[in-house]
Design a protein. Structure first.
Length: 420
């Protein structure tokens, strides 16, 4: 109640709440939760994590006043108010997407009291002012208005210029996701994709998030590409630049080598916490450069399934904007263009796009900007990659094999999980 953190935070990728997620599944059912929240039941979401703390750390849970997201804690420090916004709330398995309120059904099923959740706001609400007590520590004038802001994905959407129906973006960082701006949620019958609130309170952000994209490439760098990392250190450049050059030296398709990028389970499109990574098709003819290229291609193949899912539900996606640190790689962007069969638009701001989106929300909340359409003026496209027909043809042959490889390994994943 005094605003003191009671334990270390539990990040989005943490899967410790599998048992609690299964309990929600038994009580409410997957279909009902998806209809209410726009999301599947998953241990990656806050509901299962809150239940886990209650079940495993009862002493801490007794002292809980509020559960908050990282940005919400900063807002509390600035204003002394516990609040969150629709976009972050919509990723908790506790929020009613249509009613824009905490779901009474989900709260009852999870036995989470509404009192321990923060009050709800739009992303552009001024939720308070900088208090005199914190002003010196924060180097901000007392009385400075504090705008709510939003979750990383919805902020990234605005920072990528995705603010009107039909526009889309692909974020590539440790994880990766593809997201759209829509007037209504997109419900996939197979629940492969999910729905967040957009920063614009009149729009939604359907999304499909995979667990390890840049994370898989970093794993490759740290554990296999020692030679490239050492060479990069000597000439003082990014190791990924050398890895990309190596990957470019081999033909698209990496000599029929496939990589399944499931190094930390998977969310979209499979929602399988037991999934594991794999190289498939290794032969004596393969070298390290083939492995590097196959990792990049495997990441994009997985994202292509997400893109296809949106199209199956009627979304029209003509071109895709890319942001995030992983989007710096020109080779990755070209692979995207060739696998997706669409132009890939690269904005000037890649790693800073999320911050730009948050700044735009702040500008709208304080009256500096009229509405979110200003993002289309502020986001500058500096490079475009177009599909190469011959390369695309090769990827179209490999893509169904990639999908079949995952399905074939599902029983193996279950057997591995049984050994725990």
């Amino acid at each position: 109640q005094q605003g003191n953190p009671l334990r270390n935070s539990i990040i989005w990728a943490d899967q410790r709440g599998v048992e609690q997620a299964n309990r929600i599944r038994e009580i409410v059912g997957e279909d009902e939760v998806y209809a209410i929240t726009g999301h599947r039941i998953s241990s990656t979401y806050s509901a299962a994590k809150i239940m886990w703390v209650r079940d495993n750390e009862p002493g801490i849970f007794k002292r809980v006043h509020k559960f908050v997201h990282a940005k919400d804690y900063i807002i509390y420090r600035l204003t002394n108010r516990f609040a969150t916004d629709y976009s972050d709330a919509s990723g908790m398995n506790l929020f009613d997407l249509q009613k824009k309120e905490w779901s009474s059904q989900m709260l009852k099923a999870t036995r989470i009291p509404v009192e321990i959740l923060p009050e709800l706001h739009t992303s552009v609400d001024v939720v308070g002012e900088v208090t005199r007590e914190i002003s010196e520590e924060a180097f901000l004038r007392p009385g400075t208005p504090v705008v709510m802001g939003g979750g990383d994905g919805p902020c990234a959407a605005v920072g990528a210029g995705v603010v009107r129906e039909g526009s889309s973006y692909n974020y590539v960082g440790s994880s990766s996701w593809i997201a759209l701006a829509t007037a209504k949620p997109i419900y996939d019958p197979e629940k492969r994709t999910v729905n967040f609130f957009h920063l614009d309170p009149e729009m939604f952000m359907p999304a499909g998030t995979m667990q390890t994209a840049g994370g898989a490439y970093q794993w490759l760098k740290d554990n296999i590409c020692w030679t490239e990392t050492q060479a990069a250190r000597e000439v003082k450049i990014d190791p990924y630049e050398i890895m990309d050059l190596k990957a470019e030296s081999v033909e698209p398709g990496a000599h029929s080598l496939l990589f399944l990028p499931y190094l930390m389970g998977e969310r979209s499109p499979h929602w399988n916490p037991e999934a594991k990574g794999a190289f498939i098709g290794l032969t004596l003819t393969h070298k390290r450069e083939h492995l590097i290229r196959s990792v990049l291609e495997g990441i994009v193949f997985n994202l292509k399934i997400i893109l296809d899912t949106f199209e199956e539900q009627g979304a029209r996606i003509e071109e895709v904007r890319v942001i995030g640190g992983g989007a710096k790689g020109r080779l990755l962007r070209q692979i995207m263009a060739d696998v997706y069969g669409r132009k890939i638009l690269c904005p000037l701001l890649l790693e800073e796009a999320t911050s730009l989106g948050a700044a735009i929300a702040g500008g709208i909340g304080t009256g500096i900007f009229k509405n979110f359409k200003v993002a289309e003026k502020l986001v500058k496209i500096v490079e475009v990659q177009s599909p190469q027909p011959l390369v695309r043809e090769k990827y179209e042959k490999l893509y169904p094999i990639f999908k079949n490889a995952y399905q074939a390994l599902v029983p193996i994943y279950e057997q591995i999980a049984s050994l725990k």
